[in-house]
Design a protein around this ligand. Structure first.
Ligand code: NAD
Ligand code: LMR
Length: 337
C-alpha cells in the first residue's frame, strides 16, 4: 500500500528584531538568547537589526562576529547600523535598551535629562520604518517615561503595542517570596508590580499566591511583607550596582526575554505578566500614563484584569508611584509630541 506523502510544513517567515544598545552590557547578554530562539520560540527564524551609536560600532562588529560564530540555525540575517531608519526597518519587535545606565547614588529618573532625548527620534523612526505589526519594549531608564516619550512621537503605532519593562521587578519579587517561604520560585504566582520601575514601585504581595494559597497566609511575617520585602524589591537595582559596580545586565536580558514571551504566549491561569502599559484609567490610574500593571495575555491581545484587591496601604503606594510618574511626565513635556 502506498504511504501518503506528508504535507510539507511551511517555513515561518523570519521576523525582524531590533535591539538598540546592542554592544552594551545588556545587549551582550541578550542578542545570543534572541538569536538562539529563546525569545520568539524554537521554530521562528529571526533577522537581528542591531543599532548602536557611532563610537560603539567597532565593539558592535565584535558582537556580530561572535553571533556568526555561534552558527545559530534560526539567525537568518544580521544588520549592524547606527542609522535609525535602517535599524528599525521592518521590525516586528523593537527592544529599546540603548541609553546610559545610572551609577551609585543616582535614582533612575536622574537619567531623564541624558536619556530622554533618545526616545523621541526612535519613536518617529519606528512609526516611519518598522513593520505594521511592530511591538516595542522600552528598557532604557527611566523606562516608563522613556516609553511614554517614544509612544507619543509615534501616534501611528497603536498605544497597546508599547511596553516598558517591569518584569525584572516581578522576577525579583517572586524570588524574594519563594526564599522567604522556603519554596521553589515556580510555586509563587500572581505577584503584581504597580507603577514606575523605580524606588516608588509597589510589589504587591497581597494578591500573590504561594502553592495556590494567598502569600500572606503562607508567610506569617507580615511586618516583613510590608517592610523588608517591598524595600528589597524597590532597591534591588541599587543593591546590584553597589555590589557589581555596574547595573544588572544578565537578569535584565532574561527579563526582556520573559517580557516578550509574556505578550506572545497566553498567561497561565491564576498568574499575571508584569508590564508597564498605557493606562486606560484602570484602578483609577490617570489615563495615558505608561504604568506598571498586572497584565493577562491571550497570546495576541492583552488586558489589565479586574479584581486585584487594593487596601488602603496598597492604594497609598499606588498614589505615591502615580505621583512620581506624573512628575516625570511634567518634566519631559517638551519631548512629548
Ligand atoms: P551600557 O552602558 O552597558 O550599554 C548601553 C549601550 O547603549 C551602549 O553600548 C551605548 O553605546 C548604547 N547607546 C547609548 N545611546 C544610544 C542610542 N541613542 N542609540 C543606540 N544605542 C545607544 O548599559 P546597560 O547596562 O546595557 O543598560 C542599558 C539601559 O538599560 C540603562 O538605561 C539601564 O539603566 C537600563 N536598565 C533597565 C532595566 C529595567 O528593568 N527596565 C534593567 C537594567 C538596566
Ligand atoms: C535595575 O532595576 O536593575 C535597572 O533598572 C538598573 C538600575 O538602575 O537599577
Amino acid at each position: 500500500m502506498a504511504v501518503p506523502e506528508a504535507e510539507p510544513v511551511p517555513e515561518p517567515t523570519p521576523l525582524h528584531v531590533t535591539i538598540t544598545g546592542a554592544a552594551g552590557q545588556i545587549g551582550y547578554a541578550l542578542v545570543f538568547r534572541v538569536a538562539s530562539g529563546q525569545m520568539l520560540g524554537p521554530h521562528q527564524p529571526v533577522i537581528l537589526r542591531l543599532l548602536e551609536v557611532e563610537p560603539a560600532m567597532g565593539a558592535l562588529e565584535g558582537v556580530a562576529m561572535e553571533l556568526e560564530d555561534c552558527a545559530f540555525p534560526l539567525l537568518t540575517g544580521l544588520v549592524t547600523t547606527s542609522d535609525l531608519d535602517r535599524g528599525f526597518d521592518g521590525a516586528s519587535w523593537a527592544l529599546l535598551v540603548g541609553s546610559v545606565p545610572r551609577k551609585a547614588g543616582m535614582e533612575r529618573k536622574d537619567l531623564l535629562e541624558v536619556n530622554g532625548g533618545i526616545f523621541g527620534p526612535q519613536g518617529r523612526a519606528i512609526a516611519a520604518h518598522a513593520g505594521e505589526d511592530v511591538r516595542v519594549l522600552v528598557v532604557g531608564n527611566p523606562c516608563n517615561t522613556n516609553c511614554l516619550i517614544a509612544r507619543s512621537n509615534a501616534p501611528e503605532v497603536p498605544e497597546e503595542r508599547w511596553f516598558a519593562m517591569t518584569r525584572l521587578d516581578q522576577n525579583r519579587a517572586r524570588a524574594q517570596l519563594a526564599a522567604k517561604a522556603g519554596v521553589a520560585v515556580s510555586e509563587v504566582a500572581n505577584v503584581a508590580i504597580w507603577g514606575n520601575h523605580s524606588a516608588t514601585q509597589f510589589p504587591d504581595f497581597a494578591n500573590a499566591t504561594i502553592a495556590g494559597r494567598p502569600a500572606a497566609s503562607v508567610i506569617d511575617d507580615h511586618e516583613w511583607l510590608r517592610g523588608g520585602f517591598v524595600t528589597a524589591v524597590q532597591q534591588r537595582g541599587a543593591a546590584i550596582i553597589a555590589a557589581r559596580g555596574a547595573s544588572s545586565a544578565a537578569s535584565a536580558a532574561s527579563a526582556i526575554v520573559d517580557s516578550v514571551r509574556s505578550v506572545i504566549e497566553p498567561t497561565a491561569e491564576g498568574d499575571n505578566a508584569a508590564l508597564a502599559v498605557v493606562s486606560r484609567g484602570q484602578y483609577d490610574i490617570p489615563e495615558g500614563l505608561q504604568f506598571g500593571f498586572p497584565v493577562v495575555s491571550d497570546g495576541s491581545s492583552w488586558r489589565v484584569p479586574d479584581g486585584f484587591e487594593l487596601d488602603d496601604y496598597a492604594r497609598e503606594k499606588l498614589r505615591i508611584t502615580t505621583e512620581e510618574l506624573l512628575e516625570e511626565r511634567e518634566a519631559v513635556q517638551e519631548l512629548l509630541a
